[in-house]
Design a protein around this ligand. Sequence first.
Ligand code: NAD
Length: 358
Amino acid sequence: MRKYKIAVMPGDGIGPEVVKQAVKVLDKVGTKCGFLLEYCYADIGGVAIDKTGEPLPEETVQICKGSDAVLLGAVGGYKWDDLPGDKRPEAGLLGIRSKLELFANYRPAVIYQPLRDASPLKDRITRDGLDILVLRELTGGIYFGEKKRFIDDQGFAVAFDTMIYRKFEVERIARLAFEAARLRNGKVTSVDKANVLEVSRLWREIVIEVARDYPDIELNHMFVDNAAMQLVIHPEQFDVIVTGNMFGDILSDEASMLTGSIGMLPSASLGSGSLGLYEPVHGSAPDIAGQNKANPLAAILSVAMMLRYSFKLEQASKMIEDAVLQVLNDGQMTGDIATKEAKVIGCEEMGDAVAERI
Ligand code: NAD
């Protein structure tokens, strides 16, 4: 029987609560579909600082590197807010992404029919639902180019950042976008600013080159300013959006907010192999931690992504997504997403409800 080794980093605040439910659901799918799961727990963030003084202990990095996939809850909390930047819990998060060389960030934005009212968009726009995947390049572009501050010879303060992409960096993210579209609705929109930026012109050329290997996938290009508008006017036109680091940072937040429910947003970060890091988009929500109020669906949907992207178990992944939709259709919701008619349930009960429907 195939066995998968998963590094689990529950982290801080509601992290351990939501991760527990995700593991519960994963176990159920494993039993149903006939694969084994082995979990290796590791510390990250505030809990790691308390134990070792470091937000990302070396032992945690080694456990993650030795696994088939990594599941992360959330990090951070009031207790560690006064620590210097590189010692804060969030440094653990950035650290693990870079240590595992994860260059592609997958952020789906899905509006579930029973939660349509939570979307800030008008009903006529979300009537047919919404299902977009934003694929953001994570380790290149302007966030990692040369940057400097100086005083010029006329005494003015000056600063610059450099947007830089190498061919291989664009090629590999483009390839992932086409592969992802194959598992979805067969359409890729590459977002750039090719009317102004040389980097974007190179980006576009390379995406077109890679597209030749995917004749079954429809490709179009869009300038980033237009993409920001289209997301709120005609979001239904998108399937997979692929873009660079900074544009992706902004557009993935915009797309996910169209759903209106932070507790429902999963994410994945992958590198060149199958090892991926899967985590809910939300933070550690210290205001509700330990009260059984957290919505575990973002964490649960993150393990569905793990099954799809790291283990290539599409059917098992779909079983989780279908179970989540069923629970919502049955009117069971946590407080953060509850509609007027819903029966409000806690974090633990939500995990049970999803597991029962698998
Ligand atoms: P947050 O996402 O933790 O919380 C924002 C609001 O959304 C809060 O009111 C919270 O109660 C609610 N919320 C979030 N997730 C929820 C869930 N699953 N179910 C129900 N309600 C939920 O963001 P924040 O308050 O800005 O940050 C809190 C801490 O988390 C900070 O220390 C921050 O640095 C950290 N943080 C961590 C991550 C991460 O680990 N990936 C991401 C963002 C913030």
